[in-house]
Design a protein around this ligand. Structure first.
Ligand code: SAH
Length: 294
């Protein structure tokens, strides 16, 4: 079961009220959504977006007590603008982004997100996408791969890892997560091999970001959300690594400078120690909140 990250902090800032229209841009398994739905009835509406069809089926099950109050869409939040037009929604009273992966995605054997589980190299959140991690790992030129590992994994051993991947695939395609993780582990210097954080963590992050075009989606989706917000309403973003957090920080700054947004979190809010203890996966979470100016 996926535990909603920083749920109390989210509810405090979002402060959803009966009758309001809230957009959950990453509805996932519906953890945050079910709390929000409990607060907006009677009369409210939750628009829940996710690009992962399998996850949406789980959200539907979780939210069944609130039938009629929500709309679930198999969509990418980068299309928020056209989604709202299609639904004829002209104002939203709050929006949440909870980026990254759900526990289900991480643990689902066939998806290939985790180096701890043997799986085909896929990593697509949306199976309508054509490019998978397999394609990148087996077909990118070495220099380009190294740049991706540097830019999207902030991986200091990007050159060595890319070189070893290219060398390994000469013996036949690299097909599984564990195969890739092992190549990366052997590519980095000895002293990095047995750290608490697996040496393949950054490589997996980099390929995942590219496969799903995650940073472009965040740029576009966040701008569209801020534009669509009603005056005085909140936008909340929970991010899980520094590349995402930087985008959120800069986007908020840009809108603040234009006089459109008030930034309520000078520094991002981190989860309480209690929460990290029961849900270690939230340890890297950072929440930023902005309020549309009146
Ligand atoms: N808040 C949810 C968990 C969200 S996990 C809960 O409490 O259950 C993050 C989700 O965001 C994943 O399901 C993932 O598929 C989705 N996601 C990530 N990027 C997305 C994008 N660009 N568009 C739509 N959904 C996205």
């Amino acid at each position: 079961m996926h535990r909603p990250v920083m749920i109390e902090e989210v509810m405090r800032y979002l402060d959803p009220e009966p009758g309001e229209v809230i957009v959950d841009c990453t509805v996932g398994e519906g953890g945050h959504a079910s709390r929000i739905l409990g607060a907006i009835r009677p009369g409210g509406r939750l628009i829940g977006i996710d690009q992962d069809e399998e996850v949406l089926a789980r959200a539907k099950e979780k939210l069944k007590d609130y039938d009629g109050l929500y709309t679930l869409l198999w969509e990418n939040f980068k299309n928020l603008d056209s989604i709202l037009k299609r639904l004829k929604v002209t104002r939203i009273d709050g929006a949440l982004f909870d980026l990254g992966l759900s526990s289900f995605q991480l643990e689902a054997p066939a998806r290939g997100f985790s180096f701890q589980r043997e799986a085909p190299l896929d990593m697509r959140m949306d199976k309508r996408r054509k490019i998978t991690a397999f394609d990148l790992v087996n077909h990118l030129a070495q220099a380009e791969m190294s740049k991706i590992l540097m830019d999207f994994g902030e991986e200091r051993w990007s050159n060595r890892i890319a070189r070893q991947i290219v060398r390994a695939r000469k013996n036949g395609p690299i097909t599984t997560t564990t195969q890739l993780a092992e190549i990366v582990r052997r590519a980095v210097p000895d002293r990095n091999r047995y750290k608490r954080i697996h040496p393949a963590t950054r490589t997996f992050q980099a390929f995942r970001i590219v496969v799903n075009q995650e940073l472009e989606a965040l740029e576009t989706g966040l701008s569209a959300t801020i534009e669509a917000l009603a005056e005085g309403s909140m936008v909340l973003v929970i991010s899980f690594h520094s590349l995402e957090d930087r985008i959120v920080k800069n986007k908020f700054k840009k809108f603040a400078k234009a006089g459109v947004l008030e930034i309520l979190t000078k520094k991002p809010i981190r989860p309480q120690a209690d929460e990290v203890r029961v849900n270690p996966r939230c340890r890297s979470a950072r929440l930023r909140v902005g309020r549309k100016k009146r």
